[in-house]
Structures are given as structure tokens and as C-alpha cells.
Design a protein around this ligand. Sequence first.
Ligand code: NAP
Length: 262
Amino acid sequence: MSTNGALAGRTAVITGGGRGIGPAVATALAEAGAAVLVAARSEDQIAAVAAKLRDEGLQAWSLHCDVADPDSVEALAQGANERLGKVDILVNNAGIASGAPLHRQSLQEWNRIMAVNATGTFLCTKAFAPAMAQRGWGRVVNIASLAARTGARYISAYAASKHAQLGFTRCIAAEMADRGVTVNAVCPGYVDTDMTTHTIEQIMAKTGLSEQEALGSILATTPQRRLIEVEEVAHVTLMLCSEAARGINGQAIGIDGGEFLG
Ligand code: NAP
């Protein structure tokens, strides 16, 4: 797929844009011609991502945002509209994960995960999508997870938050279907980012396995025996933002090597 200029004149906000999947998505959209704004809590990280893109001659800005905080999301919407003029594309990528068996799953941690992954997606979509619908064109891509479609041991809070994100995706897709806005979810398996590194560290701490063994235990659950690369997630996100994808709405696109076949 040639993406050169495919998003010329478009504008995009990518949450969780400071590390991992977010910068790869921002790069793909900016290389396709969009002006992008990356948002997250670590200002040094988002500033560095935007600066790198600008060094490459692309249009990029950064703004602090905690997606779990309604005031912060409101400030993001205001700041993004000031810098970009309008926002055509929203990528709800900000997310957190942790694992625990049910009897050790604290309410505090449950609420923390739901607040970022589920409520953050709601707040950001509410802040940007109605204006897209008013203008008659928009794309919302929610970076969900394989855990939005399946369950597994020790990830009840994370999986519940991602199921919520996917259910929300389908509902807003239905609401926006006749307004020129599509809303889809991308559902990767384990991606090679800090989030997976942290999972490996948790397995090592809890089981005494070496790093190689802990990684091996993760890879053993994946059909292709590998981690997904951030660029693979960025590629699908870019595809969903294209004009040619205007008929794809309310879908959950798996990037998991065939792990979920439902
Ligand atoms: P990551 O490397 O840990 O990066 C997460 C990004 O989200 C960071 O930029 C982080 O920045 C930001 N973030 C976290 N909490 C935030 C908040 N409250 N407000 C704003 N930004 C926040 O994670 P990743 O692997 O790239 O994951 C990105 C998305 O993909 C997540 O939604 C995750 O659930 C999903 N996903 C990941 C995997 C995987 O295996 N890695 C698999 C499937 C789906 P700050 O901490 O500075 O705010």
C-alpha cells in the first residue's frame, strides 16, 4: 500500500504517544501527510517524539495529557484544536496493564486500569468525535488488545478494561455510522514494548524464571512464537485511517498471529 500523501491535510491526535506503539503510529500517520499531536503524561518523552518527527520535516506537536482526568482531556481538546485547527483522527492508544490473581486484585488497581483504558477512551472520544461527525469525516482507532476478545489468568482488570473499550468502540461506531466517522479497534497480541518488558519482569519476580525463560513462556502462548512489532500496529492503524477503509466500522482487527480465531 502506498501511503505517500494519503493523509495530506488531515490532522491526528495520538494518546500514549511518548513510547511504545504511540510513536510508531504517530510516525506512520505523519509520514502519510497528517499533522500529528502526541499526548501523554511524560512531557520529555512526547516532546522528543514530536521533535524527531519535525527533524524529519514532518508536522508534529506534543501536549501533556492524563487521559483519566476529565480536565486534562478538555485541555488537550482545546490545545489540539488551537494547534491543528481541527482534529480528524483520534488514536486512543494510552493504556496501562498489570497482573494479579483475583484474590490479590485490589479495588484501587482495578479502578486505576479502568480509568485509563476504558474511561480514558470514553473521555477522549467524547472530546473529539462529535466535532468529526459535525464536519462529516473522522476516524477513531482504539488500540485495544487480544485481551479485548479473550480471557486469561491473572489479567482480569486489564481484560475487563479492554472488553469495555471494545464494547464502547462498537457502540460509537453505530452512533457515527451515517456521519462519515468510523470507529474501530486494533487488537494486538504481545507487542515488543516496555509494557511487555514489564510483564516479563513480573513473571521473573513471581516465578524465579530467568528473563529468557519468562520471555519463552510468553512466546509459547503465541501462534507465531514471536512478539508483534510496533510498526505492525501502526500499519493497520494507518490503513483504518485511509479513505479506502471508509466501509470498515465497528470492527476489531486482530494482530496476534492467529491467536484469536473467533
Ligand atoms: P507502553 O510502552 O507502556 O506505553 C504506554 C503509553 O501510554 C506511554 O506513552 C504512556 O505515557 C501512556 N499513558 C499511560 N497512561 C496514560 C495516561 N493516564 N494518560 C496519557 N497517557 C498515558 O505501552 P504500549 O505497549 O505502547 O501500549 C499502548 C497501547 O497498546 C495500550 O493501550 C496497551 O494496552 C495496548 N496493547 C499493548 C500490548 C503490548 O503487548 N505491549 C498488546 C496489546 C495492546 P505516560 O506514562 O508518560 O503517560
